[in-house]
Design a protein around this ligand. Structure first.
Ligand code: MG
Length: 143
């Protein structure tokens, strides 16, 4: 079983290339996008995406704007914000807006993998609770 289905969003193609290789060898399925618009397309096509790793600095849409749209359209998808020195404030705002976590660039692969695992666990637990609630609701209607 795949450990996580990830969407990596960053306008830095080299960063995507390196991270994709490192995450793939750790049994993760990695989709990628170089812009905000491309990220939304990938989310629409690949319903299996569980975690988005989101660069806060991109040319077409800001990370904050992306976070808002993703959480609105895909409330169960977890988002990890990737921030640099100048964008720490966005990471803090992002946490307030429902990001699962944030990471400072350059980030160690071990820390990233750990945060992805936590985010995936969180999402899967969340979905289990929703299914449990649905089952209870069905059972209670029959009583
Ligand atoms: Mg960037």
């Amino acid at each position: 079983m795949i450990a996580a289905n990830i969407l990596l969003v960053d306008d830095d193609a080299q960063f995507i290339d390196v991270m994709k290789k490192r995450l793939t060898v750790r049994n993760m399925e990695v989709f990628h996008a170089g812009s905000g618009d491309e990220a939304m397309q990938k989310l629409a096509i690949h319903g299996e995406i569980e975690v988005v790793i989101l660069d806060v600095k991109m040319p077409d849409r800001s990370g904050m704007e992306m976070l808002r749209v993703i959480k609105q359209q895909y409330p169960l998808v977890e988002v990890i914000m990737l921030t640099g020195h100048g964008t720490m404030e966005s990471a803090i705002d992002g946490m307030r807006l429902g990001a699962a976590d944030y990471l400072m660039k350059p980030c160690s692969i071990e820390v990233l993998v750990e945060k992805v695992r936590e985010a995936v666990d969180k999402k899967r637990r969340h979905e289990e609770k929703i299914v449990d609630a649905q089952v209870r609701e069905i059972v209670s209607r029959r009583l």
